[in-house]
Design a protein around this ligand. Structure first.
Ligand code: DAT
Ligand code: MG
Length: 152
């Protein structure tokens, strides 16, 4: 069969709240059940420099400091996920940013809620465009020889 789109890759993060709540397996299961491939996986406690780079678009927002504190509050699981239209597809699995109104059936809608914290805690991150996916995968996995290989 002729394929029309090149497979793409996205960066998924299971944030410290997701790890604390034992949702690593749940999130990975949803990714895999959907048919996407996990092609890279690591657990890291993110430092400030990494988070400032990752969230550079939000540097001037009032919640930026709280967001970095939350993201540095424990281990994060970084996942490289591949598949056709996976960037858009994972954002759909994740649901909208605000966990109070994220639809049930989505990761944020099923497992997230407002805890009254300064930074919204919403279990997962997913890249929002091909450009940010490439940039974020480089930040979390590096672009050198140890970068995960694509599926054959
Ligand atoms: P998303 O993660 O859905 O791409 P975003 O890029 O706008 O959302 O924001 C990054 C993260 O920052 C988001 O997942 C949770 C937090 N956040 C966003 N808006 C916020 C706000 N108004 N107050 C507190 N935290 C916020
Ligand atoms: Mg975003």
């Amino acid at each position: 069969m002729t394929t029309v789109h090149e497979p793409e890759a996205t960066l998924v993060l299971i944030k410290p709240d997701g790890v604390r709540r034992n949702l690593i397996g749940e999130v990975l299961a949803r990714i895999e059940r959907k048919g996407y491939k996990v092609t890279g996986l690591k657990m890291v406690v993110a430092d400030r420099a990494l988070l400032e780079e990752h969230y550079e678009e939000h540097v001037d927002r009032p919640f930026f400091g709280a967001l970095c504190d939350f993201m540095a509050s424990g281990p994060t699981v970084a996942v490289r996920v591949e598949g056709n239209r996976v960037i858009e597809g994972f954002r759909s699995l994740a649901g909208e940013t605000n966990p109070t109104t994220a639809r049930p059936g989505t990761i944020r809608g099923d497992f997230g809620r407002d805890w009254g914290t300064a930074a919204v805690e919403n279990i997962v991150h997913g890249s929002d465009s091909t450009l940010s996916a490439e940039r974020e995968l480089r930040i979390w996995f590096g672009g050198g020889d140890d970068a995960p290989e694509s599926e054959a």
